[in-house]
Design a binder for this molecule. Structure first.
Ligand code: AQP
Length: 335
C-alpha cells in the first residue's frame, strides 16, 4: 500500500447483503486506508443502485451502514454517508454528462455485461452510471480511488472527463484521480460458476458467502462449491484452466494476506476435502465476529441514522466548494 495519500473516495451500492467479494476486494482495504490517507470518504451509493430496480432500498441502505461499520469503517476516521443525501452528486452529474462523450460511454464493458441482450430495455441511468461515478469522485477532489478489476475502466473515464472539463473551461478545478490497485482479492468469483464474479444481486445464495452467514451456512457453501477432481498444485501454473480451484485458493490467499504462490507452497498436494475444511475454518474465524457486530449495530437504527447524517453534513461542506467553482467556470447564473 502506498504512503502519503491525500484523499480517498470510494462507493458501494446498497443492492443487497455484503458478500466476501465486497469484503476482500474493497472493504478490508478501505479499513487499512483509514490509517494511511489524510481524508477518507466512503459513500453508500443509492443513486447508482436504482439504475436497476431495487425492492428494499431504505432497509438495505441502513444495513449497509451497519455492515461497513462492523467491518471496521470508523466514523471518527472516515466520512460515511448516503449519496442521495447530498444532491451535489446529481447536480454535478448533469454538468459532467455534458462533458463526457457518447463514444466514451459506449465503450464501457460493465454496461455491456449488465445490460447483456436486454440493451434496449436497460435504463438510461445504467448507461450513464460512469458519469455519476465521476461526479462522486471529482466533487471531493479525491487523489486516489481504490478499485478492483471491474472498476478500472470507469476510473479511466473519470480521468478523461476531468481532463476534458479542465481543458474546456481552462481551469484546474478537478484533481485527476489515480487508481489504487489492490494487491489481493481484486476479483472473487461465484462459488457456483467461476466465470462470473461473486455478486450481491446474484440469484443463487449458494454462489456467495455473506457477512451475516452462520457457521453452518459457510460450511455448506464451501463444501458444495464447485471444484475439480485433481489435487491442489504447488505452483500457479498448475491452476491454469482450473477457474474454480483458482478462485477458492485466491480466497484462501486473501484471508492469509499472501500471494497465490505462497498459499500454494503451504497447501500444495492437499485434497480438496482437506483444503475446504481449512478454508471453512478460516472463513468462520473471519466472518462470524463481523456478523455478530452487524446484528448488534442493526438493533440501534437511530445511532446509524445519526452517523449517516453527520457524514452527509461533512461531505456537503467539501462538495459545495467544488460545485460553486464548477458553476462559476461553466458560467451559470449566480442568483
Ligand atoms: N466479486 C468481487 N470481487 C472483488 N471485489 C468486488 N466488488 C464487488 N464484487 C466483487 C467490489 O466491491 C465494491 C463495491 O461494489 P458495488 O456494490 O458498488 O458494486 P458491484 O461491483 O456491482 O458489486 P456487486 O456485489 O456485484 O453488486 P450488484 O450485484 O448490485 O451489481 C467495488 O469496489 C467492487 O469492485
Amino acid at each position: 500500500m502506498q504512503k502519503s495519500i491525500e484523499a480517498i473516495f470510494s462507493g458501494i451500492q446498497p443492492s443487497g447483503k455484503l458478500h466476501l467479494g465486497n469484503y476482500l476486494g474493497a472493504i478490508q482495504n478501505w479499513v487499512k486506508l483509514q490509517n494511511i490517507a489524510k481524508q477518507n470518504i466512503y459513500c453508500i451509493v443509492d443513486c447508482h443502485a436504482i439504475t436497476v430496480p431495487q425492492t428494499q432500498l431504505q432497509k438495505n441502505t441502513l444495513h449497509l451502514a451497519a455492515e461497513l461499520i462492523a467491518c471496521g469503517i470508523e466514523p471518527q476516521k472516515s466520512i460515511l454517508f448516503v449519496q442521495s443525501d447530498n444532491s451535489h452528486h446529481t447536480e454535478l452529474n448533469w454538468i459532467l454528462s455534458c462533458t463526457a462523450l457518447i463514444g466514451w460511454l459506449a465503450r464501457m464493458t460493465q454496461f455491456k455485461e449488465k445490460a447483456s441482450r436486454e440493451r434496449e430495455n436497460a435504463s438510461v441511468g445504467l448507461y450513464a452510471y460512469p458519469t455519476l461515478m465521476a461526479a462522486d469522485i471529482l466533487l471531493y477532489k479525491a487523489t486516489h480511488v481504490p478499485v478492483g478489476e471491474d472498476q478500472k475502466q470507469h476510473l479511466e473515464l473519470t480521468r478523461n472527463i476531468a481532463q476534458r472539463f479542465n481543458n474546456i473551461y481552462d481551469s484546474n478545478i478537478f484533481t485527476i484521480p489515480e487508481p489504487l490497485i489492490l494487491e489481493v482479492g481484486a476479483r472473487v468469483m461465484s462459488l457456483r460458476d467461476a466465470t462470473a464474479k461473486m455478486s450481491k444481486s446474484a440469484k443463487s445464495e449458494m454462489s456467495m458467502i455473506n457477512l451475516t452467514d452462520s457457521s453452518e451456512q459457510i460450511a455448506i457453501k464451501i463444501r458444495k462449491s464447485k471444484t475439480d477432481a485433481d489435487a491442489i498444485p504447488s505452483e500457479t501454473q498448475g491452476l491454469e484452466n482450473r477457474l474454480e480451484a483458482k478462485n477458492l485458493i485466491g480466497i484462501y490467499a486473501s484471508l492469509q494476506n499472501c500471494s497465490l504462490q505462497s498459499a500454494l507452497q503451504k497447501i500444495g498436494g492437499y485434497s480438496f476435502a482437506k483444503f475446504k475444511g481449512e478454508l471453512t475454518e478460516m472463513l468462520i474465524d473471519k466472518i462470524i465476529p463481523i456478523g455478530n457486530e452487524i446484528n448488534k449495530l442493526k438493533e440501534d437504527e437511530n445511532h446509524l441514522r445519526g452517523i449517516l447524517a453527520h457524514g452527509a453534513e461533512q461531505a456537503k461542506k467539501i462538495s459545495k466548494t467544488t460545485l460553486r467553482t464548477v458553476r462559476e467556470a461553466v458560467g451559470f447564473y449566480a442568483p
